[in-house]
Design a protein around this ligand. Structure first.
Ligand code: ZN
Length: 435
């Protein structure tokens, strides 16, 4: 049996480490292209061996085209006294993503046509973008908007929209087989912690732990790419190898206090779907399972009909279903170390299932094998551990060639880890052999 990580990883310090990474990346202004995205990939590369790819503006990727590269020097709205009443320096969500350059004077009515607020949450700044539509704008809190008097405003947006590149980063940890597990997260959102940075931090932590595994059955493929266009670009560049992806998860929204949510792959009964659902059930905590829909994160691309990959998405609160989603309130208070570490624990448990789910054959199919003779019926801590005995008997009983360890865990109601350990113990005897 394969051990995923050391005997007892220190989840509490891993949670702190992930949170510190989120905090470090938080101020960077990311977008689907540009220096903020590159800087983010550079930081990830300090933790795991990341290979960065750059695709030029204008390149066709599936049905899409790599857009112009966008960068921001400064952006603000100034009143007639020269005071900056909205300033990108204060919060990068203030600028509508992909705003084109502008230097103009205008009255409040004209300015308001380009301002975005959230009246239901008057203190929060919304997150808005205009990637594929030539536009400009600012986002601000409703309270801030209501404080703006009639005046002559100076709007200055010093951005560049030029031929450049789209960047993504990937990291591959080879296993015994070429079959891959894809762990994909988007890396294109500016200052937001749960949607974006929590996924980046958790995927990076998983990468570090995977690199420390003494041996891996699967090859692990980690991808950090801008949402939609980045996943499409990666798929387009890897048409000859995406068939290797056997299982996958889209990683995001893993740091908030909400319960776990799993969105199934398009197939619905893929091995990854069954593995995640088994782990969530085992947790004994509240969770939710949703069927696939072509809306959400990059599972939309991986599960498009021409790929139909076995990729689901494991989150806490899911896409668009928490109030702070796509606002300035998705911040360092919403994402906490203990939620990150709890999510990491569950991701590792899923990887444990994928790595160790095998079918075995009980060599003494007629009647129950005599465990005592083989030293398996031994006392544990003064009495025989019932769970351990049960797990041995379940593995023996169901190892008839039809059931794998994941099925046995599900049917027995025992934790997968216990079933895996029982199989490991039985493999040391003559009672079990791998099919
Ligand atoms: Zn988002």
């Amino acid at each position: 049996m394969r051990r995923i990580v050391g005997e007892d990883p220190d989840f509490s310090s891993l949670g702190e480490e992930m949170w510190r990474m989120v905090k470090g990346l938080y101020p960077i202004c990311r977008s689907i292209t540009g220096e903020g995205l590159r800087e983010t990939l550079r930081v990830i590369g300090e933790h795991i061996p990341l290979r960065t790819r750059e695709l030029p503006t204008g390149k066709r990727v599936l049905d899409w085209t790599i857009p112009m590269e966008w960068n921001v020097r400064e952006a603000f709205v100034e009143n007639s006294r020269g005071e900056r009443v909205i300033d990108f320096e204060d919060h990068n969500l203030h600028l509508l993503g992909y705003s084109h350059p502008l230097d103009a004077k205008m009255g409040l009515a004209e300015l308001k046509k380009h301002l975005h607020t959230l009246p239901d949450h008057p203190d929060w700044i919304p997150y808005r973008t205009s990637y594929y539509d030539d536009n400009w704008g600012f986002c601000l809190s409703q309270n801030q908007l209501e404080g703006l008097p009639e005046d002559s405003y100076h709007v200055r947006i010093d951005t560049t929209l030029e031929e450049g590149h789209l960047s993504y980063g990937e990291c591959i940890f080879p296993g015994e087989v070429e079959d891959e597990v894809l762990l994909s997260c988007h890396a294109c959102h500016p200052s937001m912690c749960n949607d974006n940075l929590s996924g980046i931090a958790l995927t990076t932590a998983l990468g570090k732990l995977l690199s420390e595994m003494p041996s891996r059955r699967f090859t692990y493929h980690l991808l950090f790419a801008p949402a939609t266009i980045g996943a499409i670009a990666w798929l387009s560049e890897n048409l000859d190898r995406v068939g290797r992806v056997r299982h996958g998860l889209v990683v995001t929204c893993v740091g908030d206090p909400g319960h776990m949510t799993y969105k199934r792959s398009r197939r619905g009964t893929a091995r990854i779907d069954r593995a995640v659902e088994l782990i969530l059930r085992e947790s004994g905590e509240e969770y939710e399972v949703m069927d696939f829909s072509p809306w959400g994160y990059d599972e939309r691309q991986y599960c498009s009909p021409g790929f139909d990959m076995e990729v689901g998405s494991l989150t806490r609160s899911s896409h668009g279903r928490y109030p702070e989603y796509h606002t300035s309130a998705d911040d360092l208070d919403l994402v906490r170390p203990e939620h990150l570490s709890d999510s990491l624990r569950k991701y590792l448990a899923v990887i444990d299932v994928l790595e160790n789910d095998r079918k075995y054959l009980n060599t003494v199919a007629r009647g129950e094998p005599q465990l005592g003779r083989r030293g398996l019926y031994r006392a544990v801590g003064g009495g025989t551990s019932e769970e351990r005995m049960l797990s041995l008997l379940w593995v023996l009983n169901l190892s008839d060639g039809d059931y794998g360890l994941m099925d046995i865990a599900k049917r027995s109601g025992l934790p997968f880890r216990v079933i895996r350990e029982a199989a490991g113990e039985l493999l040391k005897t003559d009672l079990l052999r791998e099919i």
